[in-house]
Design a protein. Structure first.
Length: 151
């Protein structure tokens, strides 16, 4: 009787483990399906490409301030937000007004993109002032821009 309980317990654990693995596999497939998105104009040649990955609101704010200065000097600027920087654009910060600078930049035709996979990992597709796209567009931004700065 005790051997039967152990056998049932082993089978139960195996089924639970298998179920968890299948669930994670399905989630990974859903996230990776975002990689087909593309909205960046491949013919565009920005003067400055900013890649923002820091989750520190002050760092994101300063990156956007640099974009404002570059744009005011006549440079075309494009921004790609990835990793923990996505959280800053979702939540905002009372001290460092990322939303205000983002609005100022988009009003001047500066494109701000964000990673669809990063957005999906955070269970959202609504990231303030950002156009959802893929890591492939990040590659194109890096490839097409005259200069790249990463924060």
């Amino acid at each position: 009787m005790q051997n039967q309980k152990k056998e049932i317990s082993k089978k139960t654990m195996l089924l639970v483990t298998l179920g968890i693995c299948m669930s994670l596999s399905i989630q990974a497939q859903e996230i990776s399906s975002c990689e087909s998105l593309s909205v960046f104009n491949k013919n565009r040649k920005p003067d400055l490409g900013l890649i923002i990955s820091s989750g520190d609101a002050e760092t994101v704010w300063n990156a956007l301030r640099l974009a404002v200065v570059a744009e005011s000097k006549g440079d075309s600027v494009v921004i790609f937000v990835v990793n923990k920087a996505v959280d800053v654009f979702i939540k905002g910060d009372s001290k460092y007004d990322v939303f205000k600078l983002s609005k100022q930049l988009t009003a001047k035709n500066v494109d701000i993109y964000t990673c669809a996979t990063c957005a999906k990992a955070r269970n959202t597709e609504n990231i303030q002032m950002c156009t959802i796209t893929s890591i492939y567009d990040m590659y194109d931004i890096i490839n097409q821009s005259k200069k790249i700065i990463s924060f």
